[in-house]
Design a protein around this ligand. Structure first.
Ligand code: NAD
Length: 350
């Protein structure tokens, strides 16, 4: 996020979206921004974030950035959807009321399917259920909703297997040493899947309860939060925070692969180039973590959890293609992924 604040129109031009909407509802005091970044590949979809932004330009910038990221993510997940995002300005703990959620849902309904939305920071499954009273243009509010993070973990598992196949010529995870940062919703499922596949799992978490649970249930070995970066392992799997691949952590890494669910793992794009220089294979975050999105879209289209899991397995081939192009063109995988997404969007721009 820019520390130097740009004017709204400069920000909008920088991201070049198709539409930006600002809504204010005097009855509930709902303040929301909806950005439709691209409908080149289909109607826009992206979660709604409810967050106490200190300035409205920060909210606008977040919505613009996240909507663009959704266009790229949908394009590379080969989903018939474009990219959009909404932010509600306010503190969810204080300002989230059923009336406000319903007012917001009515405005989502006005888009008549051109924008569909779902969970993000500050908006959970119970909020979507409230919103269902007013609109059906919601992803993840029906049957699959509780399993989104399970499908994400399933996709990450297949992404890790693709990374092993590419670096070591074999995608069998038996005996592989894998360090997972974060034993939350995704990390928990991933650790279970990795253990079932015979991997040796190391885990860090700042939440003692989450850590204890995966130790007890799966025999994962606990590591101090700051020690996880330097741990000697085959793969490091960030499943907690963004920005953790940076100038401080890259020199510490003692692995061949970085592949996990966390969003925005690279502090800046240049950190992906450094991983490439150091011969550490990076699975671009928005490609490997698309399982939740894939499940949300299946939910929207009335599909099943089984279908979502099958679709998430395609992350394996998608990543292999990116890794092969990266090797051939000596271009870091995150650059290859961005370029592929931009080409797909350009090719279909109406
Ligand atoms: P979560 O909040 O359930 O879990 C995150 C875990 O990380 C928590 O247990 C937390 O205690 C731990 N954590 C926080 N700081 C840490 C630190 N410094 N070191 C180690 N652990 C730390 O979140 P989640 O849903 O499991 O998502 C994890 C990541 O994956 C997030 O970046 C999220 O944006 C991304 N993601 C999630 C999904 C999904 O389906 N849930 C989909 C795509 C991307």
């Amino acid at each position: 996020m820019n520390t130097h604040r740009l004017h709204a129109h400069e920000l909008i031009e920088q991201y070049n979206p198709e539409e930006v909407h600002y809504f204010y509802d005097p009855t509930t005091r709902l303040k929301a921004i909806v950005v439709i970044h691209s409908t080149a590949l289909g109607p826009a979809t992206g979660g709604t974030r409810f967050f106490p932004y200190t300035h409205w330009e920060l909210a606008l910038e977040d919505a613009l950035r996240l909507a663009q990221a959704m266009s790229y993510k949908n394009a590379l997940a080969e989903l018939p959807f474009g990219g959009g995002k909404a932010v509600i300005l306010g503190d969810p703990k204080r300002d989230k009321t059923p009336e406000l959620l319903r007012a917001y849902a009515r405005l989502v309904h006005q888009f008549n399917g051109r924008f569909t939305t779902g969970e993000d920071v500050g908006i959970g499954p119970e909020d979507l259920r409230e919103m269902m009273q007013e609109t059906h243009f919601l992803a993840g509010a029906r049957g699959i909703s509780t399993d989104l993070s399970y499908v994400t973990a399933h996709g990450v598992l297949h992404g890790l297997r693709a990374a092993f196949r590419f670096t070591m010529g074999d995608d069998n995870l038996r005996g592989r040493r894998i360090a997972v940062q974060g034993a939350g919703k995704v990390g928990y499922h991933l650790i279970r899947l990795l253990t079932e596949a015979g991997a040796q799992v190391f885990v860090s978490d700042v939440d003692a309860r989450a850590l204890e649970r995966v130790q007890r249930e799966f025999g994962a070995k606990a590591v101090e939060p700051n020690a996880i970066y330097a741990l000697e392992c085959d793969a490091f799997s960030p499943c907690a925070l963004g920005g953790i691949i940076n100038d401080q952590t890259i020199p510490l890494l003692n692995c061949k692969i970085v592949a996990g669910s966390a969003n925005n793992q690279l502090k800046e794009p240049r950190h992906g180039d450094r991983l490439h220089e150091f011969d550490i294979l990076y699975a671009p975050d928005y490609v490997i973590n698309a399982g939740g999105l894939i499940a949300g879209v299946q939910d929207l289209l009335g599909g099943s959890l089984e279908k979502a899991l099958k679709e998430a397995e395609k992350i394996y081939d998608r990543l292999l293609t990116i890794f092969e192009i990266s090797q051939r063109e000596r271009l870091a995988p995150h650059r290859v992924a961005d370029r592929m997404a931009e080409e797909r969007l350009r090719a279909r721009r109406p």
